[in-house]
Design a protein around this ligand. Sequence first.
Ligand code: SF4
Ligand code: SF4
Length: 368
Amino acid sequence: MAFIQEHEEDIVKCMKCGNCQETCPVYQITGMESRVARGRVRLIKAAMRGDIELTDGVQESLLTCLQCDACSVTCPPGVPVNDLMLQAKAAMLKKGKTLPESLNRIRVNIEGESNPFSQPKKERGAWLPPELRQPRSAKYLLHAGCAVSYAQSRIGKAVIRILQQAGVDFTLMGDREECCGDPLIRMGDAEQAELLIARNKALWKEFGIEYVITPCAGCFKAMKEHYADVIKPLHSVQFFDQLIKEGKLKFTKPFAKKVVYFDGCDIGRHGGVYEEPRDVLRAISGLTLLEFAKNRQNSVCCGGPLLGSYPELAKKIASERVREAAELGAEILAAACPTCLLNLKEGANLAGIKMDVQDVNALIMRAL
Ligand code: SF4
Ligand code: SF4
């Protein structure tokens, strides 16, 4: 009941208009009322009031919410769905409802080794050359994030080369880097996330870090929401746009391709970065920039946040985005988030569409 008392004002705001059906990527695939904001809000209310059991089905309804925030953009009374879902997930955990195995494994991995992939913490910096594996004092920190450190180091290597080319004095935390905490927050475990946030902040303070640059949109979002009191967060593409405009980075190689930029939710709706990736891509000679019909604030999530927990659903959502890109005539589908990148590649495989899915940092490096 405490949850209802605390959030009643937000819950009763829902006027059951169903506008969210138009925008929810999960509903678009499943067609289920329990997979859209309206249904989820009703379930939260009933479960938290004790009218219905907190069953696995109710839990799955909440856990399949991507936290993409698309519904909030079109919701007439402005129900803060994203926040409600996060709070409800946290309340479920507090009530003793255990997470499904796929998510619990991710949680245990992060709590133990500070990454979701069951990889050893002491190997986090293994992708780095020896001279960059040890942290040192610097104004700029490159925070790679878990996905880049363990699975997509190609993105991290591109960012390093671009920073070096621009003459930026930066450091990395190497093996000492910690998960930003975002995956735990998404599943409702804000308390454990706070421990990671505190550890990262203490480490950055030790090395006098002022700006944290990251190519991971999930880390960027977490930093904007939970770290901005001690550092200034920058998405790497945002920083590179600044360097290009200051004349510190120059494109020299033409790249005659049709590229559509995908506004991931964490860099876009959550991070407020829409124009910088477009400005960077437009600055590449020969590149033609295409737009999804739904772009910027209205962009539709790729499903990436569910790739670890509900992979089939995640891939189906991604396959829709890839289909849309193919219909536009795009040769390259560009994203600025390792999770989007991975899931869009999965979506292309599922749809049987040959689409070159590329990270924006990698495209920048190619054109320098
Ligand atoms: S759009 Fe907003 S008010 Fe309308 S049903 Fe969805 S959550 Fe409720
Ligand atoms: S946040 Fe995204 S996935 Fe969740 S209900 Fe809203 S539109 Fe659907």
